[in-house]
Write a protein that binds this ligand. Sequence first.
Ligand SMILES: *[C@@H]1O[C@H](CO)[C@@H](O)[C@H](O)[C@H]1NC(C)=O
Ligand SMILES: *[C@@H]1O[C@H](CO)[C@@H](O)[C@H](O)[C@H]1NC(C)=O
Ligand SMILES: *[C@@H]1O[C@H](CO)[C@@H](O)[C@H](O)[C@H]1NC(C)=O
Ligand SMILES: *[C@@H]1O[C@H](CO)[C@@H](O)[C@H](O)[C@H]1NC(C)=O
Ligand SMILES: *[C@@H]1O[C@H](CO)[C@@H](O)[C@H](O)[C@H]1NC(C)=O
Ligand SMILES: *[C@@H]1O[C@H](CO)[C@@H](O)[C@H](O)[C@H]1NC(C)=O
Ligand SMILES: *[C@@H]1O[C@H](CO)[C@@H](O)[C@H](O)[C@H]1NC(C)=O
Ligand SMILES: *[C@@H]1O[C@H](CO)[C@@H](O)[C@H](O)[C@H]1NC(C)=O
Length: 742
Amino acid sequence: MAVHFLVLPLCFLFLGTGTPASSASTTSLTTNTTADGSPARQAAGSGGNVTTFSFTTFHGDLRGVNMTVVGDAAINGGALQITPDSLNDAADFLTNKSGRVLYSAPFRLWRDDKTSGNANKKVASFSAVFTVNVFRAPGTEPAEGFAFLIAPSADKPPPGSYGGFLGLTNASTDGNASNRIVAVELDTEKQPYDPDDNHIGLNVNSVVSVANVSLRPLGIEICPVKTAKYNVWIDYDGAARRIAVYMADVAESKPASPVLASKLDLGATVAESSYFGFSASTGRKYQLNCVLAWNMTVERIPWDVDEPSKTSKGLTLGLVAVGVSVAVLVAAALGCYYLCVVRRRKAKSEEEGSAITGTMIRSLAGGPREFDYRELRKATNNFDERMKLGQGGYGVVYRGVVVDDHNNPSTAGTTVEVAVKKFSRASSQGENDFLSELSIINRLRHKHLVRLVGWSHDNGELLLVYEYMPNGSLDQHLFISAPTAGSRPRQPLGWELRYGIVQGVASALHYLHDQYDQRVVHRDLKASNIMLDANFTARLGDFGLARAIETDKTSYMEEVAGGVHGTVGYIAPECFHTEKATRESDVYAFGAVILETVCGRRPRCDIEGFHFLVDWVWRLHRDGRALEAVDPNLDGAFDEDDAERLLMLGLACSHPTPAERPKAQAISQILMRSMPVPAVPPFKPSFVWPAIDGGFDTMSTAAGTGTMSSLVTSSSTWSGNFARGSQSHAPAPEQDTSGSLV
Ligand SMILES: *[C@@H]1O[C@H](CO)[C@@H](O)[C@H](O)[C@H]1NC(C)=O
Ligand SMILES: *[C@@H]1O[C@H](CO)[C@@H](O)[C@H](O)[C@H]1NC(C)=O
Ligand SMILES: *[C@@H]1O[C@H](CO)[C@@H](O)[C@H](O)[C@H]1NC(C)=O
Ligand SMILES: *[C@@H]1O[C@H](CO)[C@@H](O)[C@H](O)[C@H]1NC(C)=O
Ligand SMILES: *[C@@H]1O[C@H](CO)[C@@H](O)[C@H](O)[C@H]1NC(C)=O
Ligand SMILES: *[C@@H]1O[C@H](CO)[C@@H](O)[C@H](O)[C@H]1NC(C)=O
Ligand SMILES: *[C@@H]1O[C@H](CO)[C@@H](O)[C@H](O)[C@H]1NC(C)=O
Ligand SMILES: *[C@@H]1O[C@H](CO)[C@@H](O)[C@H](O)[C@H]1NC(C)=O
């Protein structure tokens, strides 16, 4: 269901992106280690056999088969949740937890050479890479920490191992050599023995690290307010008895030098037969500890034939054993694939994104008209302040008058009013905004989309020319008390107009999402981007954030980690995790638009103790009083059935689980009254991330129990947290003056 959210852009384990360090790591089972801990390459083939496994995502079927999930851990929505991710009442569900997830088969990590003592013990090398996402609710502080673990058993974490014990030890066992554990911790809570609350540490039998390094100087924050996914590489050289840990943003390749490098003799610490996995804990404060992918290669030390096989189970568990030379071949193949396919694809998209020049735009068939910069300057009275219609994140919009297209004889010579959008950022960023907007909107044709009339791209100045919308944007009519630019007193929008506007936007959304040859997500749907023409027909505008997504993909991943785009109250909760705009997140924003159109209130508003309009409406719905939410300015002049329909549709679109939101096509049919509104549960379901498969079932069974009132409280608290934490992501609606494209 919602698992596609976790399709991850990981680098290939075996893929040297050209740097010796990363290619060496792939065959590091037989590598030597230099003094600084970075492995150096050695001739392949000298080392013998390895066991590898690779999980690019996790699903529930792995539980008990490939993964042992113990303590408070779970597998949910594509990820290992080492501690719970449920957003039910934090005090009961998220604090003081500890969990572990271990690969279900143990590995033999050393062999005692009985004739010559410990120094000649054969110790297995391994290399691991995993993608970790440690998430905190905005406005909260993270704690306690997460660790990669080597343990003697797949048992659950010891009792009392929550809080600072990271699921590794507890107050009575910490430091005891009989624990036989080694861990690499990513610690987000400073204990008296820690350097800070953002460090990596090497733990041997104790949460007091034998080596620790703050990540701050490297610019890595384990658990920032925004979503962060990191790759962590752990290379262990059994011959040299050295461990090296590397860490980088998931989009980056393996760094040349390790964050932490240390001597470590696994032969003297861990059990001969040990398990690999993850451990994490929360304390009074909490974070969500997720592993999104995990690859591992372990040098194989076979149990001798005469020895009782302690681990034969592990070796028959469907593991692929490949010699190092095979690994090299695989590396070569994958590298070739990358070079030949991925790079080309990337190059292609970069080309599409930024290399479109004026010449190329000119060559677009049936493209919009190219204006001379001077003509537009004249049209807007030299970009006069008084001609300003609005301002958005991407530029200022001016009103202007131009002579109609001379290519069209029937209208030649007449003048038309236009809205001229002048991009503020002269940088290449501005150029990219311009080009993405132009290349998308140029090809879109729909009666509920604002039409692009023309463009200008003279000496670095970027301008787009749209039809002028005499009635401004929807928000200017809904929130009459709000001061608007050059405001004249306005009548509240009548009910029929409101219904028609919602219908118009829905039909534009259906076109963008399903009917256009390339799927387009708008990404910034909100009342100030819904323009009204002379007849108060809705025209969706501002495609500054719109992006086309390929039809065979379900979502578009931001290439630049720029945080969440959009405006508070319109942003779907999952976007704070995924930073991805999808059709589902467009539908979420549309739900907010419906509710504000019906209620005459902004999505983010404080009302009767709620911080968001949707929470308030949901409460009224539970109490069977939904119609009380309708805008009092309408003086009761509305159709009750239709109002109920819109309110329920607005709530359905606001479902916290993306997959449960209706699709644009269904929305259009519901608004045409040819399909019933989906049943809306009396309580707002809690937000769970990553979304649990079959979230709706979970929710409807829970709806019958008596614990639901706490869910309502916690979900509105949750939204509140998002609101507070979101200031850095997006402008608050109060500051949003983008009545652009008017
Ligand atoms: C893990 O291995 C898979 C192939 O088995 C590969 O696609 C993926 O990129 C690897 N992940 C990392 C982080 O190297
Ligand atoms: C590793 O390299 C060092 C010097 O670079 C050398 O002295 C040592 O013998 C090498 N060890 C192995 C196991 O090859
Ligand atoms: C790899 O393992 C197989 C069977 O376990 C064995 O026959 C072979 O000799 C091993 N190769 C090396 C290089 O150790
Ligand atoms: C998980 O275990 C099953 C059954 O042993 C095996 O077929 C499958 O390949 C394993 N998956 C991975 C990714 O190791
Ligand atoms: C969590 O543990 C701490 C210390 O052990 C305790 O003070 C606190 O009350 C616990 N919190 C919950 C919700 O159990
Ligand atoms: C620590 O864990 C051990 C079992 O591993 C248990 O016997 C002991 O009671 C625990 N101590 C505390 C303080 O919880
Ligand atoms: C370490 O643990 C073992 C086994 O649980 C126990 O017998 C021993 O007394 C412990 N040592 C210390 C110093 O606590
Ligand atoms: C941990 O970090 C602190 C502060 O940087 C340092 O003083 C301490 O020596 C470190 N501990 C270890 C074991 O490296």
